[in-house]
Design a protein around this ligand. Structure first.
Ligand code: HEM
Length: 509
């Protein structure tokens, strides 16, 4: 405690940060509690009167990472200290350094072991290896890829409407049953160049045990492989088959692309990586096949569930706020008159739709915590609520985490933070206090991908259907607040997960 000037925060018997956090209830003085960053949002920072709080514990469950994922836990004497910061870079040069100075605040890559199932990749590496991956993969996220994302998303949503046919109303018990396949189909075609359809009767190709579409279940990886391989449940056995199948499909795609005589112009992420890899560097291919597969898989993993859950929350919020939905409808009608389809060339005009997406990501950030480690002794100086300057030493080896719900619900940057108010993202808004995609050199590569896909999906849906909460008799007596609370209830998962969002889509006449 002395090493961090006894700066206020959690004093715990058990440090359960990380995956183990999900299994422990909140017991004051013992554990911080299941999903506590989301449950507490900015409250702990108010309680301790500062935008930085410390977590100190005398008993480590940090080794859980070693146990579960083969990662390397770190012991710093008897105390483990995490500084959870809601600082936004604009208001603190140190916080800015945390996101921009990779060398001084590197990623604690041992925490990412779970994501190396197909080999190291851009998300799970640091230093020169990460630089090489980023240099090779970043160009794949090109304008041409964005256009492909847009065109394919529009096609996929039209195919969905064709399935709905002439029905005046279509209901979903849980809207993720709509958004998960949509996001999978988009990443399938714009990430891998594989078109998938809404029809269920897909044929399994010879030599395979599953369709490519079914193997997408592996992108929702929640357990280490060795646990899945024990085959304890039917679901675990399916996920393991999906893991093997996805790998087989990716190898097949590499072989097909290499052996095809004439290379057609393709702008999906996988094809772009393969093409870039044909150009040798110093007599060597840029990435070996396992690296190509590892990186493409991470696009699939990073881009599937995060986007699907965000779309689900956005639909829920639009259903709960008919006035906002109407504003979005008016914007969409103005930009897409008559029976036309929305056009990518016009994407920057969909400003209200982007504001709705941003407000959804502010309120429901899919990634709650962005971990960094401290490479050399340093300190942070901030002003606490009493107006005093406080300096918090950060010993080398300690862990810092950017606390997204705390930052996104900090009333200093976001007045009335619990209110769904997309208008706050029009005009001038505090860009540095909005970090759903992280920031600096390690910021998300797929931000534009997600924005493009989400704008296309929301515009297409709102132009054709009214989004409503599905009325269910068992909830007939609830108040509007209770309904809102029920529909937006969330749980932890690979990314933040909506528990159940029952929706009704009513055809516009
Ligand atoms: C709502 C959607 C998304 C959110 C909220 C999101 C969020 C994030 C965050 C917070 C990070 C930093 C993670 C860390 O430092 O540990 C990240 C990194 C990354 N994301 Fe996303 N992401 C989204 C969609 C996507 C999509 C669609 C793709 C690709 C198709 C993608 C690809 C990546 C990659 C490759 C990185 C690693 C960048 C690096 O380390 O250099 N993401 N994302």
């Amino acid at each position: 405690l002395r090493s961090v000037n006894n700066h206020p925060g959690y004093r715990l018997l058990l440090n359960t940060l990380g995956p183990a956090e999900n299994f422990f209830p909140r017991i004051p003085g013992v554990t911080a509690g299941n999903f506590h960053m989301w449950a507490r949002k900015h409250k702990d920072f108010e309680l301790y009167g500062c935008d930085i709080i410390t977590y100190a514990s005398i008993c480590f469950l940090w080794q859980q990472n070693k146990f579960l994922c083969g990662g390397r836990g770190r012991f710093e004497g008897l105390t483990y200290i995490a500084i959870r910061a809601t600082l936004c870079p604009k208001h603190s040069h140190v916080a800015q350094e945390i996101t921009t100075h990779r060398a001084r605040f590197p990623k604690p890559i041992w925490q990412y072991k779970l994501l190396t199932v197909y080999g190291d990749n851009i998300l799970t590496t640091e230093g020169d290896e990460w630089k090489r991956f980023r240099r090779i993969t970043a160009p794949a996220f090109s304008e041409r890829n964005n256009k492909l994302v847009w065109d394919e998303t529009v096609r996929i949503v039209r195919d969905l409407f064709a399935q709905w046919g002439s029905l005046k109303e279509v209901s979903y018990e849980h809207a993720v049953d709509l958004t998960l396949p949509t996001a999978l189909f988009v990443i399938g075609v714009a990430g891998f160049g594989r078109r998938m359809s809404w029809d269920e009767d897909d044929v399994v190709p010879p030599g395979h045990k599953m369709t490519f579409k079914a193997s997408g279940v592996f992108t929702r990886l929640a357990w280490p492989l060795w646990i899945l391989r024990l085959g304890l449940t039917e679901h675990h056995r399916t996920v393991i088959t999906a893991f093997d199948e996805l790998e087989a499909y990716m190898h097949e795609m590499i072989r097909e692309r290499r052996s095809s005589e004439k290379k057609e112009e393709r702008y999906d992420l996988f094809s772009s990586l393969l093409d870039a890899n044909e150009v040798e560097e110093e007599g060597q291919v840029k990435m070996v096949d396992t690296e190509l597969i590892g990186n493409t898989f991470i696009f699939l993993l990073a881009g599937h569930e995060t986007t699907a859950h965000t779309l689900c929350y956005a639909l829920a919020l639009l259903a709960l706020h008919p006035d906002e939905q109407e504003t979005l409808y008016q914007e969409s009608k103005r930009l897409v008159p008559g029976d036309q389809l929305p056009e990518y060339e016009n994407i920057n005009a969909f400003s209200y739709c982007l504001a709705i997406l941003n407000e959804t990501l502010r309120m429901f950030p899919p990634v709650h915590s962005i971990p960094k480690s401290v490479a050399e002794d340093t300190s942070i100086t901030v002003i606490n609520v009493a107006g005093d300057k406080v300096t918090i030493p950060m010993p080398s080896g300690s862990n810092i985490s950017m606390h997204m719900p705390g930052l996104h619900y900090n009333p200093r940057y976001w007045p009335d933070p619990y209110r769904f108010n997309p208008k706050r993202f029009l005009g001038d808004w505090p860009k540095d206090a909005f970090l759903p995609f992280s920031a600096g050199p390690r910021a998300c590569l797929g931000r534009r991908f997600t924005e493009t896909e989400s704008i296309a999906v929301l515009t297409m849906i709102v132009l054709n259907y009214k989004i409503c909460i599905l009325e269910e008799p068992q909830f007939a007596e609830e108040s509007p607040e209770e309904r809102r609370e029920r529909v937006l209830r969330s749980r932890s998962g690979v990314s933040m997960t909506p528990v159940r969002v029952p929706l009704l889509f009513k055809k516009r006449v």
